[in-house]
Design a protein around this ligand. Structure first.
Ligand SMILES: [Zn+2]
Length: 306
């Protein structure tokens, strides 16, 4: 499953490739991939003729500000709407550069006697076509991924209901020590389980929660209410440090995630504890242990984490 660092890698890729590009239309192959508006026609009508000004990220939500293509400074232009994307379990965004063989227009395909469907991945759900001939393709095997078009008259968190319940992004100012300590003093659950709660902090998944707790030296089973301020401070710093390291490495290879140009990231080789049950701890050589916590596996070093 793509986690925050992978989504951030995708965001950076999209900001390199798609800014200023005008959407000329699209093709929705799986209507339920569109979470808002209810009708696929309204989704396509909403995005058509707009240009991408900038991609933002909150937790694992990607949000593109859309503007009228005529604006000379898209960053400051008023939004003509928003395009939201959540990759969920297996979603991938692929940016395809136009070449004659994969040109999406039927006319070209017929002329060259090519079935345009042949160039499509099996799990292609949504295709967005750009005026310059490039294509942004949403491929999603498990079909939990979603896209939204939010009209300019609406705030993104009204249409994208998950944004409403989402806690602060770990890289935002709102994710302060005061905030985290205040939240944790009311929670009796294990810290690992709370770190996965998107209302506490946005975008932390199973892999990085394990890694963060190792770096912070805290056992995943520790009740939140047992953590002192010093431990919470260490954990907050570890969240930022571990995520930043993974972003710098370009995401993980833990799942079938592909970055925006279809290239695997490379965080996998340097995991401290995740998926390393029975292997020696990289610090003290004690075998890494694994247990089930609220239905999810937790990996930890019984020596380094207390
Ligand atoms: Zn250890």
């Amino acid at each position: 499953m793509p986690e925050l660092p992978e989504v951030e890698t995708v965001r950076r890729g999209l900001n390199k490739l798609t800014l200023g590009e005008e959407i000329r239309g699209g093709d929705v192959l799986l209507p339920r991939a569109i979470a808002h508006p209810l009708s696929v026609e309204d989704f396509l009508a909403g995005i058509q003729g707009t240009a991408i000004a900038h991609w933002y990220r909150h937790g694992k939500y990607l949000l593109a500000k859309l503007v009228e293509p005529t604006h000379t400074s898209p960053q400051t232009a008023p939004p003509a709407g928003w395009l939201g994307v959540h990759l969920r379990m297996t979603g991938q965004l692929l940016w395809l550069v136009s070449t004659p063989i994969r040109d999406s227009s039927l006319a070209v395909a017929e002329r060259e006697n090519i079935n345009p469907q042949e160039t499509l991945q099996k799990h292609t759900r949504v295709r967005l076509f750009f005026k310059n001939g490039d294509e942004l393709r949403f491929v999603d095997q498990r079909t939990f991924g979603q896209m939204w078009w939010v009209p300019p008259t609406m705030s993104p968190s009204t249409a994208i209901t998950g944004l409403k319940r989402l806690g602060p992004d770990p890289f935002s100012e709102q994710f302060s020590l005061e905030y985290l300590a205040g939240q944790l003093q009311n929670r009796r659950r294990a810290i690992k389980t709370s770190l996965l709660d998107q209302a506490l902090v946005a975008g932390l998944g199973n892999i990085y929660a394990d890694e963060v707790l190792f770096v912070a030296g805290i056992l995943p089973t520790t009740p939140c209410t047992d953590l002192n301020l010093e431990q919470i401070g260490r954990m907050r710093a570890a969240i930022i440090q571990v995520l930043q390291a993974a972003i710098d490495a370009g995401g993980t290879t833990f799942s079938n995630f592909l970055n925006v140009q279809g290239v695997n990231g490379n965080y996998g080789g340097i995991a401290w504890v995740y998926n390393r049950a029975g292997e020696p701890c990289r610090v003290c050589s004690t075998p890494i242990q694994r247990l089930k916590l609220a239905g999810r596996s937790a990996h930890f070093c019984p020596q380094c984490q207390r």
